[in-house]
Design a protein around this ligand. Structure first.
Ligand code: FAD
Length: 301
């Protein structure tokens, strides 16, 4: 099928983009990399009156790592963020997740912010952004507001963005030294969409977990954070028993959807495995086991 007719405006700046959103009203959509929106138009899942193309807006292409935090503009491609050494230093979990999202040609055009705004419940980048505690900066023609990741994802393809808001950039605070990260996913083949993913960050100090974040996708209509389990883990020594219990608790109350990739029951079982693997790897990395090539007894393996 072909896309329905639509108006097209290419903008050169963020200001022009939000002014166009105001002008065209709730029938308009932002066009970023087009890797999700154009297929949706072609199969008539979306029929916006106007597309506002931000791909060449110079003030939306930034990837900044001032003060160690990462700031990614709405037009920065997944490939450019994945290969930015500063981004990898500040938010390694996010860059690892980007490398798992689709194929290289897709990542050359698709944007990090576009994936977050699209809010596919199985997608890798929203899951990593949630675990990283990203702040979403939403802009209109009259101002901007910051939305925490916990409040941003509201359901399948639904976010906290209002019709006249553009997601202008995301901001991610760097976790302290002594933090390990891991992104794990299960998919039927390397090329196919993930069935379930898990993202984990663990900060160890003096042999105990000082701070931890766990997020999952593919298990509900939006990516989920395992906040109660994070609180239980904090202050504890990272043992394999603790990690196994945490993975079990993180997934116990899930009621995942079923689709062609797997039933809800299957997703729930797989989720337990990927959460356990993600936590184990993050703990090992935090402890420096991998770099040292040893297992120092504090490991969850
Ligand atoms: C063959 C193929 C394989 C893929 N595999 C995967 C995969 O394995 N995992 C995965 O997660 N994704 C995958 N994708 C999707 C891809 O990563 C998309 O790039 C991503 O989902 C959306 O980013 P985009 O920049 O292309 O956004 P677009 O397609 O331009 O936009 C997507 C939606 O978000 C909105 N939007 C975009 N930017 C903004 C903004 N700044 N503010 C407000 N709204 C905005 C648009 O209006 C639209 O509704 C795949 C795509 C293809 C074609």
């Amino acid at each position: 099928m072909k896309a329905p007719p639509f108006g097209y405006r290419r903008v050169d700046s963020a200001a022009e983009a939000v002014e166009s959103l105001r002008e065209f009203g709730d029938e308009a959509r932002i066009l970023a990399g087009g890797q999700s929106l154009l297929p949706m138009l072609n199969i008539r899942l979306a029929s916006p009156s106007h597309l506002i193309d931000i791909g060449r807006a110079g003030d939306l292409r930034h990837i900044n790592t001032d003060n160690g935090s990462l700031v990614v503009g709405a037009a920065a491609t997944q490939w450019s963020v994945e290969n930015d050494s500063g981004a990898g230093g500040s938010a390694p979990l996010l860059t690892e997740a980007i490398g798992r999202a689709g194929q290289v040609p897709i990542r050359h055009r698709g944007t990090v912010v576009g994936s977050i705004a699209h809010a596919d419940p199985s997608a890798e980048i929203p899951c990593a952004a949630l675990a990283q505690g990203a702040t979403m900066v939403a802009a209109t023609s009259t101002g901007e507001r910051a939305v925490p990741a916990d409040e941003f994802f509201q359901g399948p393809y639904m976010t906290a963005l209002a019709d006249d808001e553009m997601l202008r950039e995301i901001r991610i605070e760097r976790w302290p030294d002594g933090t390990g990260h891991a992104f794990e996913e299960f998919s039927h083949s390397h090329e196919s969409w993930p069935v379930v993913t898990a993202a984990a960050l663990v900060h160890l100090d003096q042999g105990s977990i000082q701070r931890v974040a766990i997020a999952m996708s593919g298990v509900a209509g939006r990516p989920l954070r395992a906040t109660a389990v994070e609180q239980e883990l904090t202050g504890q020594a990272p043992t394999s028993e603790l990690v196994a219990d945490a993975a079990q608790s993180a997934t116990a109350d899930l009621e995942p959807f079923s689709d062609v990739f797997g039933s809800g029951t299957y997703r729930k079982r797989v989720a337990g495995s990927v959460v356990r693997r993600a936590l184990t790897t993050a703990i090992d990395r935090a402890a420096g086991d991998r770099a040292a090539g040893t297992n120092n007894g504090g490991s969850a393996r």
